[in-house]
Design a protein around this ligand. Structure first.
Ligand code: SF4
Length: 222
C-alpha cells in the first residue's frame, strides 16, 4: 500500500543524493565496476552480486570477463571454468550453472543479444524482477525501477509504503514514480542502505532523516 505521494518520495531521494555527495559515500558495486551501458556485463555481474559483497562480486566479474569478454567466449567456457573464475562469490556452483544456461539461452533464443524488454529478460534462467530491471536501467539506460532488499527496507522505514516483499514494493511504485527518477532509486538507496540505513542497526543519529523518519520496523538503532 502506498502511503506517501510520489512527490514526497522523490524529495526524499533527492535528500539521499545530497547526503551521499556530502559524505562522499561511493556508488554501489555495479556502478563502480564500469559496466553501465553494457547489458551483457550488467546481467552477468548482477547474477554474481546476489548474496555477495560488492568487492567479491567486482573481483569475480573482472576475472570472468578477462576470460570471456563476450557472449561467444562465455558460452565456450565449461561450468567448471566459470566456477573457478567466480569463486568465492556466494552460491558459485549454482551461479556458474545459471550463467552457462543464460549464455545458451541468449545464443539459441535471442540471436546472441541480451533482450531489452522485461518479459524476455524474465524468461532467462535465474533472472527475476530485480535483475531484469537492473539490466534495463544500468544496461540499456531505460527508466526501469529496480527494487532490491535495500530499496524495499528503506521505503518501508520511511513509511512511504507498507509492503511485505521487494516484488510488492516494485508493483506498488512502478506505475506511480516519475520515469526520470526510476533508474536512480536503486543506486541511491543501495549506497544509502550500505552506509547509513543499515539492515540491523541503522545509523539514525547521523542521518539527515533523523527528525522526520518514523523508523518503521527499526528495533535497534545507533
Ligand atoms: S533515520 Fe534511521 S531508519 Fe530513518 S532513514 Fe535514517 S538511518 Fe534509516
Amino acid at each position: 500500500m502506498l502511503l506517501e505521494s510520489p512527490d514526497t518520495i522523490t524529495d526524499r531521494l533527492v535528500r539521499v543524493e545530497v547526503m551521499l555527495l556530502e559524505r562522499k559515500i561511493p556508488a554501489p558495486g555495479i556502478e563502480q565496476l564500469g559496466v553501465s551501458g553494457d547489458p551483457f556485463r550488467v546481467l552477468i555481474s548482477t547474477i554474481l552480486s546476489l548474496r555477495t559483497r560488492d568487492r567479491v562480486m567486482e573481483e569475480a566479474s573482472k576475472r570472468l570477463f578477462s576470460m570471456a569478454p563476450d557472449l561467444d567466449r562465455l558460452a565456450r567456457l565449461s561450468e567448471g571454468q566459470i566456477q573457478e573464475a567466480i569463486y568465492p562469490v556466494g552460491f558459485y556452483r549454482t551461479k556458474a550453472r545459471t550463467i552457462k544456461q543464460i549464455a545458451k539461452s541468449l545464443l539459441e533464443k535471442h540471436n546472441g543479444l541480451v533482450p531489452s524488454r522485461l518479459p524476455e529478460l524474465l524468461s532467462l534462467p535465474g533472472v527475476g524482477l530485480k535483475t531484469a530491471n537492473l539490466v534495463l536501467s544500468a544496461g540499456f539506460g531505460g527508466a526501469a525501477l529496480c527494487v532490491d532488499i535495500h530499496v524495499h527496507r528503506i521505503l518501508n522505514r520511511w513509511g512511504s509504503l507498507k509492503t511485505g516483499s521487494a516484488d510488492e514494493t516494485f508493483r506498488t511504485l512502478d506505475g506511480v514514480l516519475p520515469p526520470a527518477i526510476k533508474s536512480r532509486v536503486n543506486p541511491l538507496l543501495v549506497s544509502f542502505g550500505q552506509a547509513l540505513c543499515l539492515p540491523l542497526s541503522p545509523r539514525c543519529s547521523v542521518c539527515a532523516f533523523e527528525k522526520d523518519c518514523p523508523k518503521e520496523g527499526v528495533l535497534h538503532r545507533r
